[in-house]
Design a protein around this ligand. Structure first.
Ligand code: CAO
Length: 305
């Protein structure tokens, strides 16, 4: 509330001082003294009410300590139907809300020339036990990029004073399921080849769709990937999966004319959207990471180095 508002309320200087200390705006306090004068007890009751009453209940509902949006009677405007959210959507929406509020997000965009990788993938995709989609190539490339940019596999300590650098390389991926968004985790990506990662993602995505993921399948990721490439769209701003500090969004490839130095040539370009926690990652570091990742995807032999 504006600082001047409290000046209109009827209260003694000592009560005003007390209210200022508690950050209470007197205009919202009901006075019980003579001529509705606001007493110290009124300020105390006002604070108690806010802590115990409606405010706390609504804060618990959002899980953030912030009041929920006000109840609106939409039936005033037309017919409505109220549908209970699935349990998974309730859990993930609270987690997303917290991540969104706690993490100062920035999203860095880039494009990777995946012409050669896509040609290789098309030639190889049906020759192995699990179908080689783009996702396992992305997971492996991200893991490789993290070796040069290890802060993308870190978390802030709870007190915010130190960075926990993780030596393991588990990578999560967003999976769209009938029950809502789930993020299963491929373990030890640094120790696996793309074919093994493809088998893992296929099995985890199947378990996610069937509602059979256990807690261990969804824990321990150092970084996540959200691929909407199979659906479409040009770019988006993924929300970091707290306490991770980075997430890569992938949109649909597009064939574009790219200047080779002497002429325009058609190249298959993959849009990348890297969101990161700006408390941990600097903009220049994030830009270097995504440029490096794009270079790995444009010449996948670099992942072998
Ligand atoms: N550009 C163009 N086409 C792409 C592509 C891209 N970047 N990525 C995938 N595709 C196409 C390919 O054509 C592929 O078919 P072929 O292999 O036959 O060519 C097809 O999509 C298959 O992709 P897929 O989506 O079935 O498999 P995947 O391994 O790429 O993804 C999974 C698996 C589980 C990530 C995916 O099914 C899914 O759930 N995606 C949604 C994730 C999501 O909801 N993210 C948002 C989270 S925030 O709300």
């Amino acid at each position: 509330a504006p600082a001047t508002r409290g000046a209109l309320a009827h209260a003694s200087p000592s009560v005003r001082k007390f209210a200022r200390e508690l950050d209470v705006t007197l205009e919202g306090v009901t006075g019980t003294g003579p001529k509705n004068r606001i007493l110290k007890e009124d300020v105390q009751n006002h604070v108690k009410q806010a802590m115990k009453g409606d405010g706390a209940a609504r804060g618990a509902q959002t899980g953030t300590g912030l009041p929920a949006q006000p109840e609106v009677d939409f039936s005033k405007f037309g017919a409505v139907e109220t549908v209970e959210l699935a349990r998974i959507r309730k859990i993930s929406s609270r987690h997303l809300h917290k991540s969104w509020l706690l993490i100062p997000h920035v999203t860095q965009y880039a494009e990777a020339d995946v012409t050669d990788l896509e040609a290789f993938r098309q030639a190889e995709k049906d020759k192995h036990a699990a179908k080689l989609t783009m996702l396992p190539f992305l997971i492996k490339a991200v893991c490789h990029a993290i070796e040069q940019f290890p802060e993308f596999a870190s978390s802030l300590s709870a007190d915010g004073n130190s960075l926990i650098m993780k030596q393991y390389r588990h990578i999560g991926f967003a999976a769209d399921t009938p029950n809502g968004l789930m993020v299963p985790v491929v373990k030890d990506v640094d120790q696996k080849g793309v074919v093994q990662i493809a088998a893992d993602t296929a099995s985890l995505a199947g378990k996610a769709r069937d509602g059979k993921l256990g807690p261990a399948d969804m824990q321990g990721a150092v970084f996540s990937i959200s691929s909407l490439g199979g659906i479409g769209g040009t770019a988006f701003t993924p929300i970091v999966n707290s306490p991770e500090v980075g997430i890569l969004g992938v949109s649909r490839n597009e064939v574009k004319p790219v200047w080779s130095g002497s002429e325009f040539v058609p190249r298959t370009m993959m849009p990348l959207s890297l969101s990161y926690d700006h408390r941990v990652i600097d903009g220049a570091y994030a830009a270097r990471f995504v440029v490096h990742l794009a270079s790995l995807l444009s010449d996948y032999r670099r992942v072998l180095l």
